[in-house]
Design a protein around this ligand. Structure first.
Ligand code: UD1
Ligand code: MG
Length: 452
C-alpha cells in the first residue's frame, strides 16, 4: 500500500504580519515547516510533495532535497492547493495524506493512526478532530444524529449554534486516492472566494460514503499557527517536549520553565542545565557537565566534565574538563583544549588555548595560539587589530604572561618566557627570556631556578 504525504505551505500567513513566509518562522530554532515535514515523512512511503507559493524560493531552498514541490499560483484555498498535485500523484499512490505546514505539533504517531483507520475505512476520508474549549478559528465538526461526521463548517461560515461546537478540524486527512481527484473538482467556491478542502467531507457524505474521524487525545497537537500568539504557544509546547526528551535521556534540567533548548541538540548523561540557559543551533554537550545559570550557548561543541557558568558562546569548541566563567565569552573560532581554565570577564575569538592554559581574569585573546600550560595574567590583551587588519599572536608552552600585558600583534613569544606586569610587548620574544617595560625589552635569560 502506498501513501504519499502532501503538505500545504503556500498560504500567505497574512495574520502573522510578517515579511517572511509563515512556515519559515522558527520554533525552538527550527522552521515550523521542518516539524510538519518530519511528522509526515515517517508515514509517507513516497517522497512527500509540498505545495508552495508565498516565498516559494526561500521555502524550496530549505527542504529541496527531502521533497517534491508544486507551486500554487494564484492561491485560492486549501482545496485548490491539493488540486495542484493532481497531475503528479493521480494513479501513482493508494492514499494521500494531507496536512498543513502551520501545524508543527502534530505527531507522526497521530498521522499514522489516521492512515491505519483509512485502510480499514470503506469510504474515502479519515480526518483528525480534537475536542477543545478554545476554537482558535478552526473549522467545526458537524455530526449527524447517528454520530457520524456530516460536514465541516469553517468559522467564517458558521451559524451562532455551530460556533458553539467543541469538536474542531485539526487539519490532517487521509484520502483514498481513487475518490479524491475527481471530488476536488466538485468543490464550490466559498463566499470568501476560496476552495475549501474541508468541503470534501460534505461531498463524501452526499455521495453516501463513510467518513471516519480519529479524535485526537492530545489537544496540544492542535496548536496551529496563524498568529504570533499561536507561535509563542507552539514554542512553549515544543520546548516542553524537548526538555522532557532530554530529562528522560539522563540530563537534569533544574527549571524547565526557564530552559530553552533548540530542536536537535545533544546532551550527555548526568549533565545539569541550570536556569535561564539557552542551548541553540548545532550545540552538542558531553556528559557530567554543568551549564548555566544565565548562559547562551550557540553552535558550540562541549566535551565531558565541563562547567560553563554565565557564559555566552558562539561557534566554539570546548574539550573535556574545561571551566569557564562567570561572565565569559567565546566567539567564533574559539577552541579551548582539555583542562583550560578561563575565569571571569574573559573573551576569546579565533584562538586556540592549548591544554591546561589558565586565563583567570579580564583578558581578551584574539587570533592567537596559546601553548599548553601557559598562564595569561589578569587584564592581558592581544592587540590584534591595527585599524585595518587582524594580526596573529603565537605564544609557546609554559609561558607566564604578567598581569596587564599588551601583546601587540603580529607577535611570537617563545616557550618558557615571561613578561613583566604592565609590559607592552611589540617585538618577538625568544624562548626562556624575561621581558618587561613599555615597550618591553629583554631583561635576562631565564634558567631552571626561575621556575621554568
Ligand atoms: C484550516 C482549515 C480549518 C482547520 C485549520 C486547522 C480549511 C479551509 N480550513 O484553516 O478547517 O481547522 O486549518 O489548522 O482548510 N494553504 C495553501 N494554499 C492556499 C491556502 C492555504 O497552501 O491557497 C496552506 C497554508 O500555507 C497553511 C494551510 O494551507 O499551511 C492552512 O491554511 P490556513 O489559511 O492557515 O487555514 P486555516 O484558516 O488555519
Ligand atoms: Mg492555519
Amino acid at each position: 500500500m502506498s501513501v504519499t504525504a502532501v503538505l500545504l505551505a503556500a498560504g500567505q500567513g497574512t495574520r502573522m504580519k510578517s515579511d517572511f513566509p509563515k512556515v519559515l518562522h522558527p520554533i525552538c530554532g527550527q522552521p515550523m515547516l521542518g516539524y510538519a515535514l518530519d511528522a509526515v515523512e515517517e508515514v509517507s512511503t513516497e517522497k512527500p510533495v509540498v505545495v508552495i507559493g508565498n516565498g516559494a524560493e526561500q521555502v524550496s531552498e530549505l527542504i529541496a532535497e527531502q521533497v517534491r514541490f508544486v507551486i500554487q499560483e494564484p492561491r485560492l484555498g486549501t482545496g485548490h492547493a491539493v488540486l495542484q498535485v493532481e497531475s503528479l500523484l493521480k494513479g501513482q499512490t493508494d492514499h494521500v495524506v494531507v496536512t498543513y505546514a502551520d501545524m508543527p505539533l502534530l505527531r507522526s504517531e497521530t498521522i499514522r493512526e489516521l492512515v491505519e483507520t483509512q485502510t480499514e475505512n470503506t469510504g474515502p476520508i479519515t480526518l483528525l478532530t480534537v475536542v477543545a474549549d478554545d476554537p482558535r478559528g478552526f473549522g467545526r465538526i458537524v455530526r449527524q444524529s447517528d454520530g457520524t461526521v456530516k460536514e465541516i463548517i469553517e468559522e467564517a461560515q458558521a451559524s451562532p449554534d455551530e460556533l458553539q461546537i467543541k469538536e474542531l478540524n485539526a487539519g490532517a486527512y487521509c484520502f483514498s486516492s481513487s475518490w479524491l481527484w475527481e471530488a476536488l473538482h466538485r468543490i464550490k467556491v466559498s463566499p470568501k472566494g476560496e476552495y475549501y478542502l474541508t468541503d470534501l467531507i460534505g461531498l463524501a457524505v452526499a455521495d453516501g460514503l463513510a467518513v471516519q474521524a480519529v479524535v485526537g487525545s492530545d489537544p496540544t497537537e492542535l496548536i496551529g499557527v496563524n498568529t504570533r500568539i499561536h507561535l509563542s504557544e507552539a514554542e512553549a509546547v515544543m520546548r516542553e517536549r524537548i526538555n522532557r526528551f532530554h530529562m528522560l535521556n539522563g540530563a537534569t534540567i533544574i527549571d524547565p520553565q526557564s530552559t530553552y533548548i533548540d530542536k536537535g541538540i545533544r546532551i550527555g548523561q548526568d549533565t545539569v542545565i541550570l536556569p535561564n540557559t539557552y542551548l541553540r543551533g548545532r550545540t552538542e554537550i558531553g556528559s557530567r557537565c554543568e551549564i548555566g545559570p544565565n548562559s547562551l550557548i550557540c553552535d558550540t561543541k562541549i566535551g565531558n566534565n565541563c562547567r560553563l557558568l554565565m557564559a555566552v558562546t558562539d561557534n566554539a569548541v570546548v574539550e573535556d574538563h574545561v571551566d569557564i566563567g562567570p561572565f565569559a565569552r567565546l566567539r567564533k573560532g574559539a577552541y579551548l583544549c582539555k583542562g583550560v581554565h578561563m575565569g571571569n570577564f574573559g573573551e576569546v575569538k579565533d584562538s586556540t588555548l592549548r591544554a591546561g592554559v589558565k586565563m583567570g581574569h579580564f583578558s581578551y585573546i584574539g587570533n592567537a595560539d596559546i601553548g599548553a600550560e601557559t598562564n595569561i595574567g589578569a587584564g592581558t590583551i592581544t592587540c590584534n587589530y591595527d585599524g585595518t587588519k587582524k594580526h596573529p599572536t603565537e605564544i609557546g608552552e609554559n609561558v607566564f604572561i604578567g598581569s596587564d600585558t599588551m601583546l601587540v600583534a603580529p607577535l611570537k613569544i617563545g616557550k618558557h618566557s615571561r613578561t613583566g606586569a604592565g609590559s607592552v610587548v611589540t617585538k618577538d620574544v625568544p624562548e626562556d627570556t624575561l621581558v618587561a617595560g613599555v615597550p618591553a625589552r629583554p631583561i635576562r635569560k631565564l634558567k631552571e631556578k626561575d621556575g621554568n
